[in-house]
Design a protein around this ligand. Sequence first.
Ligand code: PCA
Length: 143
Amino acid sequence: MPLLFVYGTLKHGFPNAHVNAGIRRPGRFRTCSPMPMYLLGDGHVPCVVHAPGQGHQVHGELYEVDASALVAMDKLERIGDDAIGYLRLEIDVEAVDDLAAGALTAFIYTKPPERIPPDEPRIGPLPEYTQQHTARFRWTGID
Ligand code: PCA
């Protein structure tokens, strides 16, 4: 089954966890490459920008996902909306407590740099999205 790496509001205990019907692989995971994660806009929406090599290795959780689980999360993240949506790309991740196990390939929701308005307020880059961050999360979407 495909793997999905989540780092933001789709994590266990975070505001969009109810949309994540994947089966969790235990443990903490992180991206093999540094990738810049920001809190964007007045809603403090977490977003990894697809600019590998910048920022930090981003920490998150790993889920096995079937097609229907992906459909639901793709809708939340507006996959296919070329103006403001995320892209779902494949990256390499590693288990923080078992680095010897090597890299796994997983999907991640990310945005290309050109999809983020230059004047949008941003905080970061951050290595991990925490409960303190999510306390300031506001859903600014329309659905
Ligand atoms: N949801 C996705 C991407 C950013 C967000 O809040 C996630 O948790 O990985």
